[in-house]
Design a protein around this ligand. Structure first.
Ligand SMILES: [Zn+2]
Length: 58
């Protein structure tokens, strides 16, 4: 088992991650599935820092 990079390992948590596309810059980034809940807080794009509802991008 290798673990050389801190933070998010893309692809490792396939079953527990939802990918969202930022409506502003089209950057895809992983978020918790909880972000899809009705009362979830807005997702924040790591590229342009735009906040948007996770439901908007689906
Ligand atoms: Zn963005």
């Amino acid at each position: 088992m290798q673990r050389t990079t801190p933070g998010i390992d893309i692809g490792k948590y396939g079953g527990n991650t939802v990918w969202l596309a930022c409506p502003g810059c089209r950057t895809w980034f992983p978020v918790s599935p909880r972000m899809l809940a009705p009362a979830a807080p807005p997702a924040c794009c790591p590229a342009c820092h735009r906040e948007f509802s996770a439901k908007e991008s689906s």
